[in-house]
Design a binder for this molecule. Structure first.
Ligand code: H2B
Length: 128
């Protein structure tokens, strides 16, 4: 929370005096920015595009069931690659053939766009 406020202040103080500049100012790559927490409405809207995903407090979650334990583990390994590439990592619970992910952004203390992006990537991995 404190870091969010500091980040906001920094943007205001570097605003070169005018909102006119706000769309053309150079920005760091998205991965280097700490994403901010999404609102309840933003999360609800996004969940409409992510079948099987639901919100539990400050976490996005989905359980995938695979025909075999080994297929579940192979799936987790593919997700691990995508997560490392994003530098954003799910909590993972593996119970025999069921794999449950819990996504949240620890630095922001809630659900951010990075969690939505990771959920989309997990869907792509699951789809093969
Ligand atoms: N994963 C998740 N789920 N939340 C985070 O806040 C997070 C992460 N932080 N992976 C990342 C790594 C952070 O440590 C690096 C520096 O971006």
């Amino acid at each position: 929370m404190a870091r969010r406020n500091i980040a906001r202040e920094r943007v205001q103080h570097t605003a070169a005096g005018s909102d006119i500049m706000k769309d053309v100012r150079p920005r760091p790559p998205t991965q280097l920015l700490m994403a901010s927490r999404l609102s309840d409405l933003e999360i609800q809207r996004a969940l409409g595009t992510l079948p099987g995903w639901s919100r539990r407090a400050d976490v996005l979650t989905k359980t995938f069931t695979w025909p075999t334990f080994e297929q579940g583990i192979a799936f987790v390994t593919r997700v691990a690659k995508a997560a490392d590439a994003m530098d954003h990592h799910p909590d993972i619970d593996i119970r025999y053939t069921k794999v449950t992910f819990a996504l949240s952004s620890h630095d922001a203390g809630g659900i951010t766009e990075r969690d939505l992006e990771l959920a989309r990537q997990i869907e792509q991995v699951a789809a093969g």
